[in-house]
Design a binder for this molecule. Structure first.
Ligand code: COA
Ligand code: ADP
Length: 577
């Protein structure tokens, strides 16, 4: 079993001590019967409380002031934890933005008798630093020290982007006509009335009084405490549906909309929104009131439960009959959330080398595909085993061989301001002007200002063979902060409107693109990356083998293009910066 606690240090300080991230906070707890549920497993609510307080202390360590939980990304609980085992929680700030910070949390479990360790879950929470008045706090920036910290720092910016559009994705999917027609027929269709469970039976309402132990020293209720109360009512709703003790498998990304304080009464309401074959979605809503004040909406969360049989296999669950109006709406929304959850889980968390190359693109998964696109390029750029394989006219070619994949990186400096180079290189329809491999490049979908889908035609890889075409998602990101590079990421997607045809060989790009760093006001360093596959390897293998230097001539032609357009007003054909 892996041992998360025993990973060697990545960095040794000058005095010989192993480096420790200054924001890192660790908590270890032995699971006692009072922390456990009926199956003698640690209750997820208790775990959430420990995770939240560890993460909050890490955020406060960086901020030097009180912090509150703003949101928590999806959490998938891979394993349960038994009474007697030890839970180890590690939290550290990955990146500070303005007033908010992303905190990464890793939970592992330790069995004292067998001396084994295993990972239980990981989570990303956003904490916001509060001032004593109402003014916004501006946090000091974090300077990543180790390679791992640099990677987390870099992708935290992309995760933040995804989090902030979370609510819109759901609204867009629900409003899409294709989704509406797909689910409208679904409610209780063809179900045997005897087996159908009316959801009213699962409705729960419960009240909690917020006392000082539930709050921090600023009297704000801990987010983890609210999550624990929400988990409690959700578990009751799930048990009422299944007449069994359910297991919480995952919690969707959620946002604390407003604060709660000591003295608040919290009303927690839960109901089963929908059942899928082996799982159910329970929705929970938390509202607060104080004296005669009106109810304040604090949080809504959606939790997925399973009911395991004696062999640990999820049992099939009965269909439900939702209540008219709100119940039917929530039933449909649960289907939408399931789709979004699966997209997020598989597109975000899968390593790009393990997932199918051309993931079908659609509006509801585009945010995750863009995330995956930028994430993959940042991960490739962050690899530290690049080997210089040739150098010509200050253009360097590096290679990286890893897990049976070969990647190339071409690096050069150009006397063009970084922002200008970014503007020009992110307009792919102009790439034909400098890259002989781009015979044609047509914009086919403008997803938003920063994400565009192109169809690119490239020459045949063999003499007399078919020309190739690629459907490429291009995602561009200006720096989030000084020190960040400009990023232009490319990966293949598939589009039903542009299927492969007999006329062309459909090629696929796993991960490619540019990073552009500012060297000075007038000079930038450009890196071009390409993770090869059989479709693109023939274009570069002769270079890598030292048989040609077309990479150098392509890059020189790219530099020439950038220099020529250095000052002329460049009207981007499709992109507004
Ligand atoms: N996920 C992650 N971060 C979010 C977010 C979300 N869903 N919504 C807002 N934020 C971030 C913003 O990006 C911003 O970050 P930045 O300052 O680094 O740019 C920060 O929160 C503040 O945003 P702002 O627009 O100034 O305020 P807001 O009106 O959106 O309020 C909260 C955001 C989190 C402060 C507010 O919703 C709140 O007080 N929630 C309750 C927090 C709490 O008390 N939690 C404990 C349990 S009740
Ligand atoms: P909505 O009602 O629009 O679905 P809310 O944020 O109000 O969204 O509620 C979130 C979830 O909490 C709902 O999907 C539902 O599962 C549950 N919920 C909301 N109100 C109640 C209620 N009165 N009784 C039981 N459960 C509720």
């Amino acid at each position: 079993m892996s041992s998360p606690e025993r990973d060697g240090p990545e960095l040794i300080m000058e005095d010989g001590r192993p480096y420790r991230n200054p924001t890192e906070v660790k908590m270890s707890q032995i699971v006692l019967p009072c922390h456990a549920n009926h199956r003698k497993e640690l209750s997820v609510g208790q775990l959430l409380k420990w995770m939240d307080s560890t993460a909050c202390l890490s955020a406060e360590r960086h901020a030097g002031r009180p912090c509150v939980t703003a949101s928590v990304d999806d959490i998938h609980f891979e394993r349960t934890i038994d009474v007697g085992q030890v839970v180890n929680i590690k939290a550290k700030v990955n990146r500070a933005f303005n007033s908010s910070m992303e905190v990464g949390i890793v939970v592992s479990c330790e069995d004292l008798y067998t001396n084994s360790h295993w990972k239980v879950c990981q989570a990303f929470a956003t904490f916001v630093a509060r001032s004593s008045g109402n003014e916004k706090v501006y946090l000091k920036q974090l300077v990543p020290q180790t390679h791992r910290e640099q990677v987390e720092y870099s992708v935290a910016a992309e995760r933040r982007r995804m989090r902030l559009v979370h609510a819109d994705i759901m609204t867009d999917l629900l409003n899409s006509t294709s989704f509406q027609s797909a689910v409208s027929e679904d409610i209780c269709e063809g179900q045997d009335e005897e087996e159908v469970i009316p959801t009213e039976r699962t409705r729960v309402e419960s009240v909690e009084l917020v006392l000082p132990p539930h709050a921090n020293h600023q009297v704000n209720t801990f987010g983890g405490q609210i999550m624990a109360w929400m988990e409690n009512v959700a578990t009751i709703a799930a048990s009422r549906l299944s007449n069994a003790h359910p297991t919480l498998r995952s919690i969707d990304m959620f946002h604390f909309r407003g604060p709660s304080q000591v003295g608040d009464r919290l009303i927690l309401k839960a109901i089963v929104n929908n059942t899928f074959k082996n799982s159910m979605e329970v929705g929970v809503c938390a509202e607060a009131y104080h004296g005669e004040e009106p109810l304040r909406h604090i949080n809504s969360a959606f939790m997925i439960f399973e009911v395991l049989d004696e062999n640990g296999v999820p049992r099939s669950l009965p269909p439900i009959r939702p209540e008219p109006q709100d119940g039917e709406r929530r039933y449909r929304e649960a289907i939408a959330r399931k789709k979004i959850r699966l997209d997020r889980k598989y597109i975000i968390s899968c390593k790009h080398t393990e997932m199918p190359l051309s993931v079908p693109w659609d509006t509801s998964n585009q945010v995750y595909l863009s995330y995956n696109n930028v994430f993959a390029l940042k991960m490739l750029a962050a690899k530290n085993k690049w080997v210089l394989s040739s150098k010509k006219n200050n253009v360097k070619l590096f290679t990286l061989e890893e897990n049976q994949t070969l990647s190339v990186r071409v690096e050069s400096e150009v006397k063009v301001p970084a922002a200008r180079a970014f503007l020009l290189l992110s307009d792919h329809s102009r790439r034909c002007e400098w890259d002989k491999h781009y015979k044609q490049c047509e914009l086919i979908v403008r997803v938003d200002d920063d994400d565009l889908i192109y169809r690119v035609v490239t020459p045949s890889v063999s003499e007399g063979g078919k020309v190739q075409d690629f459907i490429l998602l291009a995602s561009r990101r200006p720096p989030c902060d000084s020190g960040d590079p400009y990023v232009v990421a490319l990966r293949s997607v598939s589009l039903p409107t542009h299927p492969a045809t007999d006329e062309f060989n459909r090629g696929e790009v796993i991960c490619a693109g540019f990073t552009i760093y500012e060297v000075s006001q007038s000079v930038c360093k450009i890196n071009y990356f390409n993770q090869t596959n059989p479709g693109v390897l023939p274009y570069i293998s002769t270079d890598i083998a030292g048989l040609s230097s077309s990479f150098c001539s392509t890059f020189l032609s790219c530099s020439q293009f950038l220099l020529e357009n250095r000052t002329t007003r460049c009207v981007l054909s499709n992109v507004a910066l």
